[in-house]
Design a protein around this ligand. Structure first.
Ligand code: FAD
Length: 276
C-alpha cells in the first residue's frame, strides 16, 4: 500500500485504486489521464507486461462511464529494447483505445524522432485518437509543431522535464517561458483544436485563455495530481481540465522527484514523516 505521504501524488498501486480516484475526480468535473509508473526497461518482458496492463486498464475504462484516458512513456513499452517492440506495443494499446484516447509522453531528445514518427502513424490510423507531448525547451519544437499542425489528434505542450544539452535546448527559465508562449501562439493560430496546455504556470494558462479568446481554438488544461489542485477545480468551472494521475507499484522514485522539485513539497513530505 502507498503510504499517506506519497498519496498526494500517486493514486494507488492497483488499477482499482486508480479508477476509484478517477471516479472521485470526475465528480468534481476534472477528467483523468492515467499513467502506470514505469520507464526505461531494457528487456522485452517488463515492456510487454506494462503494455498488457494498459490493455486491461483501457478495457476497464471503456466498460465504465468514467472520463479517463491513458498516457504512456515510450521507454515503458520497449523503446530502449528496440523500435519494433515499442511500435508493436503502442499499436496494441492504440487499437484497444478506440473509444477512449491514448497520449504518448515525450522523453529526452534522443527519442523525439521515434516518438513523433509513431504518433503520426497511429493518429492517422485511429482518426485522431492519439496525442503526443512536445517540449518548449527543445529548439527543434518550432519545426515539429509545423509538422504536427496538419495531423489529427492532440498535442500537449510542456516546458520539458529533461536536462538537455545547450546546443539543442534553451537552458534559462525565461527563454523556455518565451518559447512556450511563442509555440502556444503558433498552435492557437495554426491548429484546428486539440491543444493541451500541460503546465502549472498561472502565466502560461492565462496566456492560453487570452489566445483562446483571440483565435477561438479549442484547448484543454492538463496538470499533475497533487499540484495546484485548487486551481484545477477552479479552472474546471470554465475550461476542460485533465489531471495526469500516476499509479502503480513503482511510485517511490516518482514521489521523490515531486517532493524534491519544490520547497513546499519537501516541507509537506517532512511534515507527513514527522506526523505534524
Ligand atoms: P514551472 O516552470 O515549473 O513553474 C512555473 C510556475 O508554476 C511557478 O512559478 C508556480 O507559480 C507554478 N507552479 C509550478 N509547480 C508548482 C507546484 N508544485 N505548486 C504550486 N505552484 C506551482 N515533461 C516532459 O518532458 N514530457 C512529458 O511527457 C511531460 N508530460 C507532462 C504532463 C503534464 C500533464 C504536466 C503538467 C507536465 C508534464 N511534463 C512533461 C513536465 C513539464 O515538462 C514540466 O517539467 C513541469 O510541468 C514543470 O513546468 P510548469 O510548466 O508546470 O511550470
Amino acid at each position: 500500500m502507498i503510504p499517506p505521504i506519497a498519496s498526494r501524488f500517486v493514486a494507488g498501486e492497483t488499477p482499482a485504486e486508480a479508477l476509484e480516484y478517477t471516479r472521485d475526480l470526475n465528480q468534481r468535473n476534472v477528467n483523468v489521464i492515467l499513467n502506470l509508473l514505469g520507464e526505461h526497461y531494457h528487456e522485452r518482458g517488463p515492456a510487454d507486461e506494462d503494455a498488457e496492463v494498459y490493455l486491461r486498464l483501457l478495457e476497464d475504462i471503456e466498460r465504465s462511464d468514467l472520463s479517463a484516458c491513458v498516457s504512456v512513456k515510450p521507454s515503458q513499452v520497449g523503446l530502449d529494447v528496440g523500435t519494433h517492440v515499442y511500435r508493436d506495443n503502442m499499436e496494441r494499446i492504440a487499437d484497444a483505445a478506440d473509444d477512449t484516447f491514448v497520449w504518448i509522453d515525450m522523453e529526452d531528445h534522443t527519442t523525439t524522432d521515434a516518438t513523433l514518427d509513431l504518433f503520426e502513424q497511429l493518429t492517422l490510423e485511429h482518426d485522431g485518437g492519439v496525442g503526443v507531448c512536445v517540449q518548449a525547451n527543445l529548439k527543434r519544437t518550432k519545426e515539429d509543431l509545423e509538422r504536427l499542425a496538419d495531423l489529427p489528434g492532440k498535442v500537449r505542450l510542456v516546458k520539458g522535464a529533461y536536462d538537455e544539452p545547450p546546443e539543442l535546448a534553451y537552458k534559462e527559465k525565461e527563454r523556455v517561458n518565451a518559447a512556450y508562449r511563442e509555440y502556444l501562439e503558433f498552435m492557437f493560430e495554426e491548429f484546428d483544436g486539440g491543444i493541451a496546455v500541460g503546465s502549472h504556470d498561472p502565466a502560461m494558462i492565462e496566456y492560453a485563455t487570452e489566445l483562446h479568446d483571440e483565435y477561438g481554438t479549442d484547448f484543454e488544461i492538463q496538470m499533475l495530481m497533487g499540484v495546484r489542485e485548487d486551481a484545477q477545480m477552479e479552472l474546471a468551472e470554465e475550461y476542460e481540465v485533465w489531471q495526469y494521475v500516476p499509479y502503480g507499484g513503482k511510485w517511490m522514485s516518482y514521489f521523490y522527484r515531486r517532493a524534491m522539485e519544490r520547497k513546499e513539497n519537501l516541507l509537506f513530505a517532512a511534515r507527513a514523516v514527522l506526523g505534524r
